[in-house]
Design a protein around this ligand. Sequence first.
Ligand code: COA
Length: 145
Amino acid sequence: MIEIRTPKTREDFKAYYDLRYRLLRQPWAQVRGTEKDDYEPISHHFMAVDTATNEVVGVIKIYEKEPGVGCYSHMAVSSARQRQGIGKLLIDAVEAHSHEMGYHTLGCFSRLNTTLYFEQAGYKIAGLPTHYFGTTQVVWMEKKL
Ligand SMILES: CC(C)(COP(=O)(O)OP(=O)(O)OC[C@H]1O[C@@H](n2cnc3c(N)ncnc32)[C@H](O)[C@@H]1OP(=O)(O)O)[C@@H](O)C(=O)NCCC(=O)NCCS
């Protein structure tokens, strides 16, 4: 079974950032440390855990980008566990959090190869593509809550 949890212990955070690094930075030959950004301390973190093995199989974080606007980022599901609905569970978690926080809008900076994924989750492109790092570009996508 997959459970969405908030990382709490040092070991939780180690596994959480390691998955982020392996999925979102290592394939682009980025060094360790680049998987973190300036918003870590003001972000709420969620991880998907396989309760049978205690393995962290998905990650996402969210912070308030401007008053009433939530922004989630650094979403990743381990390669072997993709297309099993874990990404949807992670989005459900940040959407539930956003409702609790009273945000009126929720969005993310999607890489250009994932815009269709977020469109299918109800998000619309609401910005122009901008350079992110290396050869990657992102575009702001949002949903009114
Ligand atoms: C994008 C990602 C988080 C989706 O997670 P997931 O757990 O596989 O997603 P779900 O199981 O909830 O949804 C799977 C569905 O989305 C579709 N999908 C997955 N990635 C997609 C993409 N890049 N574009 C369009 N559709 C996509 C799948 O085809 C699947 O549909 P199907 O069930 O009809 O075959 C995951 O593929 C991932 O970690 N990718 C690498 C990291 C990344 O790109 N993160 C986003 C950065 S903005």
